[in-house]
Design a protein around this ligand. Structure first.
Ligand code: MLT
Length: 250
């Protein structure tokens, strides 16, 4: 089973990290009061063992549902950043009856372009040749603008294994388009994006907001791709306001 962290009490929120992150990137969100925060490490990231087989989006989804079963959590709010957002959309297809609401963070619903897929295979070749560190260092400035927070984020990124990173790149290359999934969504939804996210843009976020009926969009100022870690106070305020509006005092 995946490694996980379970903190706080109240309605559960399951936080799904991106690439190449770990559950530790959601440390600042544990401060959001009145909720049970469940954070998972995806296979080969953080404290979860590397995968032994090739994985698809559905495998990541099933691994997370397995953690929920283990914890006896029937229903939850799902929050996913970037690759975590791709997995969130897969869970919406696999187990919609278990989801009360979604927070989609710096992500997109579209599948990769041909160029995007080609770039992933170059990333895989680079990891196979030189390990994870060069990729971590090339991605870090795209993740975090804050000089203060970059070193901590880098440390988290360096907990990713080569096998975990390669499996994730392959799975993302093969992921389906989730446009229809978002269009059919009838749950409370918050879309969040950093205004300076160079990986998934404000335009991507606006498009997702227009696909999800009744959803709310918040653009976090002075934040790159990992907006939750780059600007944790503004991010937590946005989430707290959304939760209060859609789920009341819990
Ligand atoms: C992520 O942060 O999960 C990745 O940058 C997403 C991607 O490569 O599409």
């Amino acid at each position: 089973m995946l490694a996980f962290d379970d903190a706080g009490s109240g309605r559960p929120i399951v936080w799904i990290h991106g690439f190449p992150h770990a559950s530790a990137i959601f440390e600042p969100q544990i401060a959001i009061p009145g909720y049970r925060h469940i954070r998972v490490d995806l296979p080969g990231f953080g404290a979860s063992p590397p995968p032994r087989n090739e994985l698809g989006m559905r495998d990541y989804s099933h691994e997370i549902l397995e953690v929920l079963d283990h914890l006896g959590v029937d229903r939850c709010i799902l929050a996913g950043i970037s690759m975590g957002g791709y997995i969130l959309m897969q869970i919406l297809r696999d187990a919609p009856e278990r989801i009360d609401g979604v927070i989609v963070i710096d992500t997109r619903e579209r599948a990769d372009s041909d160029q995007g897929r080609e770039d992933r295979y170059k990333t895989i070749a680079e990891i196979e040749k030189n390990g994870t560190e060069p990729i971590v260092d090339s991605m870090l400035p795209k993740m975090i603008l804050s000089d203060l927070r970059r070193p901590d984020f880098r440390k988290i990124m360096l907990t990713a294994s080569s096998a975990g990173m390669i499996a994730a790149q392959r799975a993302m290359a093969g992921r389906p388009d989730s446009t229809a999934t978002l269009r059919a969504l009838k749950l409370p939804a918050l879309v969040i994006v950093g205004d300076r996210d160079p990986i998934t843009s404000v335009e991507d976020a606006r498009r997702m907001r227009s696909l999800i009926k009744g959803s709310k969009l918040v653009i976090i100022e002075n934040a790159a791709h990992a907006s939750n870690f780059d600007q944790p106070d503004a991010f937590n305020r946005a989430v707290t306001e959304f939760l209060g509006m859609r789920f009341g005092s819990n």
